[in-house]
Design a binder for this molecule. Structure first.
Ligand code: IPE
Ligand code: IPE
Ligand code: MG
Length: 361
């Protein structure tokens, strides 16, 4: 049937089916898709339990459940591309560091714009490269104040720095970059500043004027989408940009907007509680994998390297779950003074770190 999982997903599907009650804790679209199949299994094995013992199972009922299930499966797999499980996510192997990306850019897309000063990335092997770098882009306000300008000028300058860093990511072979653009706590700033920050983000998403959209970048969004704190047109714009770029493979750019780590964990806890309340999940069988599947963008790998600019040494509610074993790097420059060479230097430092994950050699 069109829309059913492709062959590599079928083995996983069978495994999920075998897990019975815990199916509700799988990645949401997959759970939606497979729940009717489990109903069918129950119908076959234990019809009385499913039908409350009142109605005997009959072929019409069976066919109805089958048809409804097929429709749901087809719809779910059409809407959501299959992804790896949250804890085993592995992104495509990064391209060789320092490679000329011209020929690699898919048709119709441009390679990253070269560094204005002609800088080229260091050559690192695939094993030395992180899969996922997350950046707390801090210091816009102080940068503007130091120049005798309004804070809003700092946010605009920060957007230019971000663009350069985005170009530098695929150049060195980094497959995934998360950037902290606006936190749930930032909502408490003066309304005019909040408006400026959101305006800057919105401009960056403008596919007609923003040259970034001509590059091989896949946009993702992590953050609260249903708390009414973002303008509806911005939410719409982010979703459209994510849809428009979802087939791109050069770089996954995960924009953390209206994002708070505690909100993210609360959101996941709510989803699990809902499943437990409906009997689809045994609370005693909840594992970290179950929770991870309800975080924002659950198919992205954990953060390997977390960078914060502006000299502050704190995480300010950023990606607490995904950064449990991240390497941290705190840089002194303010965000608008950053460019791709800082990203490359940070990745080179990361390559020298000895990651042990709690074990011994
Ligand atoms: C980071 O820069 C951008 C956002 C938080 C939106 P800041 O605005 O926090 O700049 P500083 O830290 O006040 O200098
Ligand atoms: C963190 O920076 C949020 C973003 C960079 C978007 P803040 O400037 O808001 O963090 P604090 O207030 O210094 O901890
Ligand atoms: Mg700050």
């Amino acid at each position: 049937m069109r829309g059913l999982p492709r062959p590599p997903q079928r083995g996983q599907a069978r495994e999920w089916l075998g897990q019975g009650a815990s199916i509700g804790a799988q990645h949401p679209p997959a759970a939606a898709a497979f729940r009717p199949l489990i109903e069918l299994q129950h119908l076959e094995r234990n019809p009385q339990a499913l039908l409350d013992g009142r109605r005997p199972p009959n072929p019409v009922r069976f066919q109805y459940t089958l048809l409804r299930g097929r429709l749901r499966v087809a719809r779910a797999w059409q809407r959501h591309r299959p992804t790896a499980s949250a804890t085993t996510a592995v992104l495509p192997a990064p391209r060789p560091a320092g490679a000329d990306h011209g020929p690699h850019a898919p048709q119709g897309l441009l390679p990253p714009a070269p560094h204005p000063g002609g800088a080229v990335p260091p050559t690192l092997s695939g094993r030395q490269l992180p899969q996922h770098v997350a950046i707390i882009m801090d210091g816009n306000g102080r940068w503007a104040e130091a120049q005798g300008q309004l804070r809003s000028a700092g946010h605009h300058a920060g957007q230019h720095a971000l663009r350069d860093v985005i170009y530098g990511a695929p150049e060195i072979g980094l497959p995934c970059l998360s950037v902290y653009a606006f936190s749930t706590e930032n909502r408490a700033r003066p309304a005019a500043e909040v408006e400026t920050v959101l305006h800057v983000v919105s401009n960056g998403l403008d596919m007609n004027t923003e040259e970034l959209w001509q590059r091989d970048v896949q946009l993702r969004w992590s953050g609260s989408s249903n708390d009414g704190r973002l303008p509806a047109d911005l939410v719409d714009r982010i979703r459209r940009a994510a849809r428009a770029t979802r087939e791109r493979t050069g770089l996954i750019l995960n924009v953390c907007l209206n994002y708070g780590g505690r909100h993210e964990l609360t959101h996941a806890a709510r989803a699990l509680a809902r499943q437990a309340a409906h009997g689809g999940l045994d609370p005693d069988r909840i594992t970290p994998r179950h929770l991870a599947r309800h975080l924002y963008q659950p198919d992205l790998p954990d953060v390997d390297l977390l960078i914060r600019t502006s000299g502050e040494q704190r995480t300010s509610n950023f990606r607490p779950w995904q950064s449990t074993y991240a390497e941290y790097l705190f840089l002194d420059p303010l965000w608008p003074d950053i460019d791709r060479t800082h990203l490359w230097a940070a990745i080179s430092t990361y390559a020298t770190r000895d990651r042990r994950f709690g074990t011994t050699k």
